[in-house]
Design a protein around this ligand. Structure first.
Ligand code: BGC
Length: 709
């Protein structure tokens, strides 16, 4: 993996290259935003970023420093959804000294700044189990962010899905920290290689919308280290992320944005994070000095606490050191230097340069990589002369709500995708919105195949109050009842789901096929059609477990676990998050973590455990080309003091194989993979004894095992 300086150097070289290629080339070479190094020594690009930051700090007044510690815009957050010139936030620079500003746009699933390419939601990217897909997603967001004139993309979200009811589950990569860490790091590197700064969020233990501005997450050291922190650690150490966004909630009694253990000790102390910490939008804080001392550098979107009046007053009263303020400003400036922001003119808002056709193709291909075939009784790929396309979501564009919602360019609904694909073979398509169940069932009965499209309605600001498809969605009615009625009318019924997280699927036994498309982005209709007709192999594997019943789901152990009592939510399940919960408590899921079918079949053989890796041979045993996702799980030896989950994902790969083709796949192992966090010593410790090594097609479909001692 490239080192952090290498990543920053690449970003610098790339932004220089963009400028050199741009129309204002001649002007760009002389007049950077910074100015003449003879009078402004910090403008000398050859100096190291920290040196440049120190030189500039010495020239800034106290008021200017305070101004640099907070954003300068209030309304962008609201208007960015539709206004091509509005962003989630802006930080004005200091023109007197050639300090450029920063502009911040949402970028979780595409750029939230007027119309942009609406990509599959992060949960669909999680389902891809594909580092290459994460790179394509990140690169596209980075490219559109820059061309829309922003320096910072506010993502990726790296919150491990603790609770399937989480309203923002769709903005995450799923319930496993290793999967989240790997995809997040790839995304960040790719986005930053486009010359923008990424922001790993929400640091940390941000796992519910219920009371999100006030809730105190009471979480043990081991769960923090093994479940919630690894994605951020990878973002910092492996990917060199420029900024980290601290979360709204409290963690173990302190606001995440003023937690010294999190910001000073772990992030900066242990991980040596050289970037800056940005607050989530309008986060609460206990005052002005505590966050400044702990390490919150930038308050967004405006300076409710970080402003010249309050900061200067705290310094005058002796509650805040000037050195702490300098440390905050230095972090912001050195990051801007490291990423070349001073050495180029601000990116113009010039979206005409975006290669829209290529980006729409990427959106479709990424959706196909994430579409997860949960069940197939042989009904797929479709072979039919007539198809009934049913359901209130069939002719709708479905995405998650809130700050990650992108205004799509030209969304393709499932109905349109299926119609266009079917027309090529003269297949008849009839549509019913499902508002009259008997009428929809009658259409299904008359058709060769019925495709029912159902969706959930997840959004920032609210958790799901239940896990049925009707949850949070008065408009679309009882979709579970609709699927059941259609499946009863026609045994060749395929349910296509556009969900932002797990749902219960009580009718799963009756549907012949279940296609989980997540929120597939604006090309989702085409991607769904291509998977249904077999033009594309369903590439996805579920990054979350689907429970049979609500009470089976993690964090269902009473109100203390969720939604919390007296303002506190207890993470008493410890590391038993996601499939670790189902496995340890012997709960059979409806569909397990890592599950997803292909149109072909695979075998896994010749498992070999080496010192630093596990190898397995994957063979396509079917008669068509397809995608395998071999997954490596380790069961660490447990002790009474440190019980271990039965298995934990430690590696995965994505391989596309022709019929009969074999590939040797290596999945690296390191000391950390064999270790757990020892709360007594506050350190990683290798689990004593032999670990079981399991490789297979899902967390519950293990094909080969071995011991590692
Ligand atoms: C969200 C962040 C987002 C920010 C700016 C907040 O409401 O929690 O994820 O980046 O808004 O849009």
């Amino acid at each position: 993996m490239p080192s952090r300086p290498a990543v920053a150097a690449t970003a610098l070289a790339l932004s220089a290259a963009f400028l050199a290629a741009g129309p204002g080339r001649a002007a760009a070479r002389t007049a950077t935003a910074c100015g003449d190094p003879a009078v402004r020594p910090w403008c000398l690009a050859a100096l190291p970023p920290d040196r440049r930051a120190d030189l500039l700090l010495a020239a800034l007044t106290a008021d200017e420093k305070a101004d640099l510690m907070a954003g300068d815009e209030l309304l962008g957050q609201v208007t960015s959804g539709w206004d091509a010139n509005a962003r989630a936030g802006t930080l004005n620079g200091v023109p007197r000294l050639g300090v450029p500003g920063l502009r911040f746009s949402g970028g979780d699933a595409g750029v939230r700044q007027g119309r942009a390419t609406a990509l599959p939601a992060p949960i669909a990217l999680g389902a891809s189990f594909d580092p290459a897909a994460a790179r394509r997603h990140g690169a596209l967001v980075g490219d559109e962010t820059r061309r829309k004139g922003s320096e910072v993309t506010l993502g990726p979200a790296l919150d491990v899905v603790r609770n399937p009811r989480f309203g923002r589950a769709f903005e995450q990569y799923g319930e496993d920290p290793a999967l989240t860490a790997r995809l997040g790091a790839e995304w960040i590197r790719a986005a930053q290689a486009q010359g923008v700064l990424a922001s790993a969020k929400h640091f940390t233990a941000y796992n519910q919308e219920h009371e999100r501005y006030t809730i105190d997450a009471v979480v043990g050291g081991r769960a923090l280290r093994e479940i919630y922190l690894p994605p951020f650690e990878a973002a910092v150490r492996d990917a060199g992320v420029a900024t980290v966004m601290c979360a709204y909630n409290k963690v173990n009694g302190a606001w995440a944005c003023e937690s010294a253990p999190l910001l000073a000790r772990i992030l900066r102390g242990e991980w040596r994070f050289p970037g800056f910490v940005v607050s989530d939008w309008m986060t609460r804080l206990s005052g002005v000095a505590p966050p400044a001392r702990a390490g919150l550098d930038l308050e967004m979107p405006a300076g409710a606490r970080y402003n010249p009046w309050f900061l200067n007053a705290e310094i005058a009263a002796g509650r805040l050191d000037r050195a702490a303020v300098d440390a905050r400003v230095r972090a912001i400036l050195r990051t801007m230097f490291a990423f070349g922001v001073f050495d180029r003119p601000p990116y113009p808002n010039a979206p005409a340069g975006i290669d829209v056709p290529a980006h729409l193709r990427t959106a479709r291909e990424l959706a196909e990589e994430g579409i997860t075939l949960l069940k197939n009784d042989g009904v797929l790929p479709l072979r039919a002369a007539s198809i009934a396309v049913i359901g209130p979501a069939a002719d709708a564009y479905i995405s998650g709500g809130g700050s990650s919602q992108v205004q799509p360019r030209s969304p393709v609904t499932p109905l349109r995708g299926i119609r266009e694909r079917a027309a090529r073979e003269g297949v008849r398509v009839h549509h019913d919105d499902g508002s009259d169940r008997a009428r929809a069932a009658a259409l299904a009965r008359r058709s060769d195949v019925a495709v029912v499209v159902a969706a959930d309605a997840r959004t920032e600001f609210a958790d799901q109050w239940c896990l049925s498809l009707a949850c949070g969605d008065a408009l679309r009615g009882d979709q579970d009842g609709l699927v059941a009625a259609v499946a009863a009318a026609n045994p060749r019924t395929v349910a296509v789901l556009e969900n932002g997280g797990p749902v219960l699927l009580p009718w799963a036994g009756a549907a012949a096929g279940i296609v989980q498309a997540w929120y597939p982005g604006e090309q989702g209709g085409h991607a769904i059609a291509r998977v249904l007709f077999g033009d594309a192999d369903p590439g996805g594997r579920s990054p979350v477990t689907f429970p049979v019943a609500e009470r089976d789901a993690p964090a269902s152990g009473g109100e203390e676990q969720y939604p919390g009592r007296d303002g506190r939510v207890h993470y008493s399940e410890g590391v038993l998050v996601g499939y670790r919960h189902y496995d340890a408590n012997r709960i059979a899921p409806r569909f397990p973590f890592g599950h997803g079918l292909s149109y072909t079949t695979f075998s896994y053989g010749d498992l070999a455990v080496r010192r630093d890796r596990v190898e397995v041979t994957v063979t396509n045993t079917g008669d068509r080309r397809g995608t395998a996702v071999p997954q490596l799980y380790l069961g660490l030896p447990g002790t009474a003091a440190a019980p271990q989950p039965p298995r934990q994902l430690r590696g995965f790969a994505k391989v596309r194989l022709d019929p009969g083709e074999s590939r040797r796949v290596a999945m690296p192992l390191d000391e950390r993979a064999l270790s757990y966090w020892d709360e007594r010593t506050g350190a990683w410790r290798r689990a004593p004894g032999c670990a079981s090594v399991m490789v297979g097609a899902s967390s519950r479909d293990i094909a080969a095992t071995a011991r590692l001692c």
